[in-house]
Design a protein around this ligand. Structure first.
Ligand SMILES: [Zn+2]
Length: 158
């Protein structure tokens, strides 16, 4: 199970890896919860927060990019409500809790941040498929006859 393996990387490496897997839009980046294995994208968090808005202690709205990779989406969908048994998606796990997230990200200010691991890249384009096509036919293609150019060669005077 590589999803819970400890890994150290820099913030730049994390961003580079996220872009390589999911593209430039952070809302498409997906992390996997090491506790319940739910895979949630920034967009999932955006939708969850739109339905269940939360505020930081500072009074500012919690945004998707604040918590993606930091919290399981269950926390934004009602899993924290102790008055009822939560049966929805995700759990209450957080990367900044007593049991830290598996990835340890070195920030540029010298501190480290714990995160969930990035989820695997979507399987829509597998590069291996396109390799191998258009290989066998080389050599049968039309090649211009280069012999005709010899007629243009000026004769050598004795
Ligand atoms: Zn979870």
């Amino acid at each position: 199970m590589t999803d819970t393996q400890h890994r150290k990387l820099t913030q730049a490496e994390l961003l580079e890896e996220a872009r390589a897997r999911f593209g430039d839009d952070p809302l498409q980046w997906a992390f996997i919860c090491p506790s319940c294995r739910d895979v949630a994208t920034g967009q999932d968090f955006q939708q969850a927060l739109a339905a269940n808005p939360r505020k930081h202690t500072t009074g500012q709205d919690v945004s998707a990019t604040d918590i993606v990779g930091q919290e399981c989406i269950g926390r934004s969908l009602g899993a924290l409500d102790k008055r009822q048994t939560y049966t929805g998606r995700g759990c209450t796990f957080v990367a900044y809790g007593l049991i830290p997230g598996p990835w340890e990200v070195a920030l540029s200010n010298g501190r480290t941040m714990r995160t969930f691991p990035l989820a695997r890249a979507p399987e829509k384009d597998i590069p291996a498929v396109s390799i191998g096509i258009a290989v066998g036919d080389q050599g049968t293609a039309f090649t211009p006859n280069s012999q005709t150019s010899s007629a243009m060669t000026p004769g050598v005077e004795p």
